[in-house]
Design a protein around this ligand. Sequence first.
Ligand code: SF4
Ligand code: SF4
Length: 371
Amino acid sequence: MVREKKNPYEIDETNYKRFKQKYNMLFRRLWDKTLPTYQKMIDTNLEKHIESKKEGYSRVDFALVAAAWTVYERFPYAFTWERKDLIDIGYGVNWMKTKHLIDDTESFTDTIKKAAKFYGASLVGIADVNEKWIYKTGFRRPDDVSEAESKKEVREGKAVDYIYNQKIEIPEGFDKVIVMGVEMDEDAISTAPTQPAAAASAIAYSKMAFIISCLGEFIRNLGYRAIQCGNDTALSIPLAIDAGLGALGRNGLLLTPEFGPRVRICKVFTDLPLISDMPNQGFIEKIKNYCKTCSRCAEACEPEAITKDENPTFKPATISNNPGVKKYYVDVEKCFEFWVKNSSDCGNCIMACPFSKIKEFLSPIEFWNKT
Ligand code: SF4
Ligand code: SF4
């Protein structure tokens, strides 16, 4: 498909600044005493939910969600920036030490996309690295330490500013980013905001950790460098838009032609020579027009965190929004308050979006009983 190279965003260059991750709600709740969610996390009401015996909030449901995070949380190699030791797993290591000769960049780009899909990505695109989207400061996990281990202090509410306010710098030569979408289970998402929907998100995170680990090692085995990322390091949505995966919706999420917002995004920065994709300008225009008159996500959002205004704006809803881009800003303070109340992320704005293409809406019991 031939795509026109056009800037997919309206940016106010005088106001745009690289995002500081400490303003992300999951970090802000640690230090911002003005928030009703200060020092609260999604476990605040969890046991009350289990006692309530409400459908979709049983111990079995919560067990499904928490276990779905296992690979994301427990695998120490998931978010590695570099391979410190070449460990021989039976294939020898000498052949991994030199750069693989790439004489046809176009064909090699297809090879990388094939590998990403082989490891489990539902969607793959490639973009030039735009420094605008790299966090200015944020949380940097030590290499080879699992998410659960490295975030222990953060989650206990003990983390001090420097832990989540470290300078983020992508080393020289990492000019490309491979952006991948991971589809979330349609049946589970249809039960939003109950726990099976949260489990669909959690298992997609674990799949992300799995995919980026394998892809990162694939690239290193070819003698090149790879930085494996989930939501960390850079804003995933604009990178995904640059990589041609979709458009930004009213709900503040990436909408893809294939799954709408029913995807999670992960990325691998690399110094491999690759050919970048173009933004999907036709789809971007389609969503721009569609979201103007559709507000299903806003109707479905219990805390009214999504605006029903017809037009996007440059005016952020809270200090957790990064200003300088014209879009529909989501009040993530209200959103996170609902997450704490709900004891999980919510997913209503994913479930309600027509682009998610959900064919059948299930109750949590129907979800469990469907074979
Ligand atoms: S996740 Fe839920 S609370 Fe947050 S914006 Fe979406 S619908 Fe609203
Ligand atoms: S539900 Fe409608 S308004 Fe919201 S993101 Fe989807 S298409 Fe846009």
